[in-house]
Design a protein around this ligand. Structure first.
Ligand SMILES: Nc1cc(-c2ccc3ccn(Cc4ccccn4)c3c2)[nH]n1
Length: 242
């Protein structure tokens, strides 16, 4: 997979070179390009923003600069990339989105700042490539970079050979519609807090049942909305795990 990120703060993307993601680059599972949007300005002030039509607070990112940047970054391949534009006004980014994008050969992330990017940039790009405006959650960030890092990590961890233990990606939270239950490791007792006996019993059928019940209970308590999405037979299966 090829990933390109366009931003006015390229240093914000430094974590892409660290740890798991850095290893994926070293092992050539992914190639990552980070591009400074100001490289496509032509004025002495290297301006990337201007006042909003219709008035209102803040500034809007200029279409000309973005247009030239996307023309260059998104060129050079038989098939165009999928353009991802983080925005608070986007469609929800979910684990299903990450799974779908993990099949893509090329993703380009357009990281906006200020009040956002002139809408015509996305409308023009959509004439020659798939464009998705996505939100990572119902809160407002200052720009798209943190959202891009979040989405890139959740996609890249799904690629073959990236995670040390691929099984953990298969048993992800949300992959079966429920939250993960609690996890424990040594010591057996810590600050007078014990590890649940069942986990040390060696009875793997009982352990699986306990874990499923814990996941169900935690989902019920913290994310009842996820239970509504579960089908009846999935709920029955979970119920039998009590
Ligand atoms: N889930 C998300 C995504 C974002 C996000 C993504 C990109 C940009 C570019 C600018 N801003 C600031 C801003 C503030 C107010 C209204 C519009 N945009 C961004 C925020 N916030 N929360």
């Amino acid at each position: 997979m090829r990933i390109d990120v366009i931003t006015i703060f390229p240093d914000y993307m430094a974590p892409l070179r660290e740890a798991l993601l850095g290893k994926a680059i070293e092992r050539e599972r992914i190639s990552v390009g980070v591009h400074d949007l100001r490289g496509w300005t032509h004025d002495v002030h290297r301006a990337v923003d201007d006042s909003p039509y219709g008035g209102g607070p803040g500034m809007v990112m200029k279409p000309q600069v973005w247009g030239e940047a996307l023309d260059e970054v998104c060129a050079g391949s038989d098939s165009p990339p999928r353009l991802v534009v983080p925005t608070p006004a986007g469609s929800p980014f979910t684990q299903q989105t990450a799974v779908r994008w993990s099949e893509e050969p090329w993703l380009v992330f357009a990281c906006g700042r200020y009040e956002g990017i002139d809408q015509r940039v996305m409308d023009d790009a959509a004439r020659r490539m798939p464009v998705e405006e996505v939100s990572i959650g119902d809160y407002v960030l200052v720009g798209g970079e943190v959202a891009a890092l979040t989405m890139i990590e959740s996609v890249v961890r799904l690629l073959p050979g990236v995670l040390g233990n691929p099984a953990s990606a298969e048993q992800d939270s949300f992959s079966d519609g429920l939250l993960e239950g609690p996890c424990y490791t040594r010591p057996e007792a810590w600050r007078d807090l014990p590890v649940p006996d069942v986990l040390r019993s060696g009875n793997h059928a009982a352990i699986d049942r306990w874990r499923r019940y814990q996941a169900l209970e935690r989902t019920w308590q913290r994310r009842p909305d996820l239970l509504e999405a579960l089908s009846d037979d999935e709920l029955d299966r979970a119920d039998r795990a009590r």
